[in-house]
Design a protein around this ligand. Structure first.
Ligand SMILES: [Zn+2]
Length: 433
């Protein structure tokens, strides 16, 4: 359907208001409008509202199919991905995940093991239509010396197909070893990475956060936190991060993931936290599939009673940047997943009620994570921008989100890509023993 020449016009594409900032036209109640898209030289040369363009007779008629920009996945763990067959989570709990992953990392995460699983994940993401991925890298000694060089090589290998970013990942107690943490921050800076930690309510949390912000400022790094991935109402590290950012006068980008406990806290506590998060210009990413899987799992004899996700609607209402992302794939933190951001958006719509109206929620898988990751021009469709988009079968939200859309067409720099998913059997030899 998409000419291999890379030069063509698509007529009757259904575009969404939230992802086509340059297109002034009237949109329907679902935020859609029909438009014609001209593509040449790997770029979108023009987008014109239907009726206002002179589509040539040989234009490809999309008959109202939805066209979205390629996805941006701002929170993943492709260093952990796909270890499930050799290291399952014994009981599906968070502690089960933490212990199983730690044991597997110590025993098995050689450079080759990490590289092959990362590449597998990136091939899946690419085939599904994602063009940028941020991964966290477990950076507990000595893993940081193994995984960061692998990441740098993988970023080179994938350059032009997936923009790969990495953030270090360690429990905040690791920051107490100041000399080691300074070395890690230097290593992250050398790799043009992002400084990341997991925050818990340890007694010296404020002091440790000051250390983290201090290193980020010194080395010019953006920050990425895992915060409050628990139902414990006493977990308020999101608020502590916002306070530390204001206190330190931090000017970089900060992304905070999870923030599950916020949904369990009393309203006054929530309002105070959201005020500070907005003031400190934090961005928040929810990981709905992983949260649904891990949160409120007590034992095998109870039914979960809450969804695990944070207060995304209340955040958006305050102007806080909000995203949704994949998180883990086929590892002890989440037994499923394939880095398919359409699946993430479909699940997020159901779990988080991102519908009726849809509003500008589609930005949460494209334009907003692109901003947070400083990927100028990604996550939107604009004249003069890269011709990186996905053509779906669905013509409405209910059509788009009811089927897996396995036959979607992914276009990169104007040309349809091969969408072959990697075969699980490729990883079999890494799973034995
Ligand atoms: Zn995570």
């Amino acid at each position: 359907m998409i000419p291999a020449s890379g030069s063509y016009q698509l007529a009757n594409a259904r575009l969404h208001r939230s992802l086509t900032p340059g297109l002034a036209t009237s949109y329907d109640a679902d935020g859609f409008a029909l438009a014609d898209i001209s593509v040449a030289g790997g770029k979108i040369s023009s987008i014109a509202a239907r009726g206002k363009s002179n589509a040539p007779a040989d234009a490809i008629d999309l008959a109202g199919r939805i066209v979205l920009p390629c996805f941006v996945d701002c929170h993943t763990h492709i260093d952990k991905g796909h270890i499930w067959p050799r290291k399952p989570n014994p009981d599906g709990t968070f502690m089960g995940a933490l212990n199983a992953t730690g044991a597997d990392r110590t025993a098995r995460w050689s450079a080759e093991d990490v590289a092959r699983r990362m590449d597998f994940s990136l091939r899946s993401a690419y085939a599904h239509g994602t063009k940028a991925v941020r991964t966290h890298l477990d950076s507990v000694p000595p893993q940081e010396e193994i995984s960061w060089p692998v990441f740098e090589a993988m970023r080179e290998k994938w350059r032009g197909r997936i923009d790969l970013q990495a953030a270090c990942l360690l429990g905040i107690e690791g920051v107490r070893d100041k000399a080691w943490f300074e070395r890690l921050a230097k290593r992250v800076a050398a790799a043009k990475g992002v400084l990341g930690v997991v925050t818990y309510m340890v007694p010296d949390l404020e002091e440790l956060l000051d250390q983290v912000f201090g290193r980020a400022i010194k080395h010019g790094l953006d920050l990425d936190f895992h915060a409050d991935e628990t139902d414990d109402v006493a977990a308020i590290s999101l608020k502590k991060i916002a306070e530390a950012s204001l206190w330190n006068g931090f000017e970089g980008n900060i992304l905070v993931g999870h923030c599950c406990s916020l949904a369990r806290q009393p309203d006054l506590e929530v309002l105070d936290t959201l005020d500070k998060v907005a003031k400190a210009r934090l961005a928040v990413v929810s990981l709905p599939m992983c949260n649904l899987y891990l949160q409120d799992r007590r034992n095998n004899h109870t039914t979960p009673r809450w969804r695990g996700v944070t207060l995304l609607h209340e955040m958006r209402a305050r102007g806080i940047k909000v995203a949704v992302a994949s998180d883990n794939t086929r590892d002890p933190f989440y037994a499923y997943g394939d880095l398919d951001m359409l699946e993430v958006y479909r699940m997020a719509t159901r779990i988080l009620h991102l519908d009726h109206p849809v509003g500008d929620w589609p930005k949460a898988v494209a334009a907003t994570p692109a901003e947070v990751m400083r990927l100028d021009g990604d996550g939107v469709l604009t004249a003069g921008g890269s011709a990186d988009f996905i053509v779906f079968k669905g013509r409405s939200w209910t059509e788009l989100l009811s089927r897996p859309e396995s036959d979607r067409i992914v276009v990169r720099e104007g040309r349809a890509i091969e969408r072959q998913l990697p075969d699980y059997a490729e990883l079999d030899e890494l799973m034995v023993g």
